[in-house]
Design a protein around this ligand. Structure first.
Ligand SMILES: [Zn+2]
Length: 335
């Protein structure tokens, strides 16, 4: 983009002139009995041209830290000194946020972060995904999807680096992960490569040739100021890295690259009792927790498959068969 071409930036009914910030909603119309959704977005249009960075929060509605962070950043980032444009999706999954649900939409029971790129004639989650794909990801040059531990998950901060894109996108995504500054980076080799079945928001960007990362900070329905500061710092690092702002923290110097990762799942429905804490180092075979029946009888002991670090662990009692109970990661490739 040359300087002469930098003008207003418009998504749906929301339009920001250069050097200004605009707020509005992206409307997902009602369909076949469901109410549709109004997705709140901000456009911070810089005074000069540059990258278009999409920052998305609330794909999971009980991950509050990223949502609160975007509210703060919206006020603290001055578009008069910004180069390029920031598109903020304040709460991608408003049904889940307002309904206070983990993982799944209260409207259709789907996980929004498994139905990308979405479709226009589908469920509400699929239509929200489609709106974000078409109106946000399609307009962006870079995407950071901000998550945290869900309402049931205790989590230590980390980022996902997806390695299944084209080499230039993989390299640029790696640089984004470093710029965000978290000291644990999960190396994810297993995301789909088909743009029509991208499943995840950040992978929707990657399968369309745009660098992207997913970040995780905050957990258990919390609104901790220290976690908000971690996300604020991360975004500031990305803005500096992309040349959108002059100031910002440097990239993380020596992150732990976690190449061996396993999500442990419940083999039964009932109650989950965690035996470990987030960030704890565990030995191979160590007990991570126990699934019990309603009478307290032990149904399953969940053990660490290898020595590593507990990135997250479920810390509230309800558990359904097949759901994650913990994630263990290690730097050792080993397989
Ligand atoms: Zn999430």
């Amino acid at each position: 983009m040359s300087p002469g071409t930098h003008g207003s930036f418009t998504i749906g009914s929301v339009s920001a002139e250069p050097g200004t910030t605009a707020f509005g909603t992206l409307r997902v119309p009602a369909r076949q009995g469901d109410p549709g959704a109004e997705i709140p977005i901000s456009i911070l249009n810089g005074h000069a041209p540059g990258p278009v960075l999409a920052l998305t929060a609330g794909v999971h509605g009980m991950e509050y830290v990223p949502i609160l962070t975007l509210q703060r950043l919206r006020r603290s980032i001055d578009p008069r000194t910004l180069r390029g444009t920031i598109v903020m999706v304040h709460v991608a999954n408003t049904p889940s946020f307002l309904g206070r649900t983990i993982y799944y939409s209260p409207v259709d029971g789907q996980n929004l972060n498994r139905v990308f790129p979405g479709r226009t004639d589908g469920t509400l989650s699929e239509r929200i995904a489609h709106a974000i794909t078409e109106h946000v990801i399609a307009r962006a040059t870079h995407v950071v999807d901000l998550h945290g531990g869900d309402g049931n998950e205790s989590l230590r901060p980390y980022a996902y680096w997806i390695t299944t894109g084209t080499p230039d996108v993989v390299d640029a995504s790696r640089a984004l992960a470093l710029a965000f500054g978290l000291d644990r980076i999960v190396v994810d080799h297993e995301r789909p490569t088909d743009p029509q079945a991208s499943m995840y928001l950040s992978n929707t960007a990657i399968t369309r040739g745009k660098p992207a990362i997913t970040t995780e900070a905050g957990c258990l329905g919390g609104v901790d100021a220290a976690d908000i500061a971690i996300v604020e710092r991360g975004v500031a690092g990305v803005l500096r890295h992309l040349g959108m702002q002059d100031d910002g923290p440097p990239p993380v110097a020596n992150p732990v690259w976690l190449t061996r990762n396993e999500v442990l799942r419940a083999g039964a429905t009932g109650l989950f009792y965690a035996s470990v804490r987030r960030g704890e180092m565990v030995a191979a075979g160590a007990r991570l927790g126990v699934v019990t029946g309603y009478d307290g009888s032990e149904l399953q002991t969940v053990a660490a498959p290898f020595a590593g670090e507990v990135l997250y662990v479920v810390e509230t009692p309800p558990i359904n068969r097949g759901e994650p109970v913990a994630m263990v990661s290690a730097p050792d490739a080993g397989r």
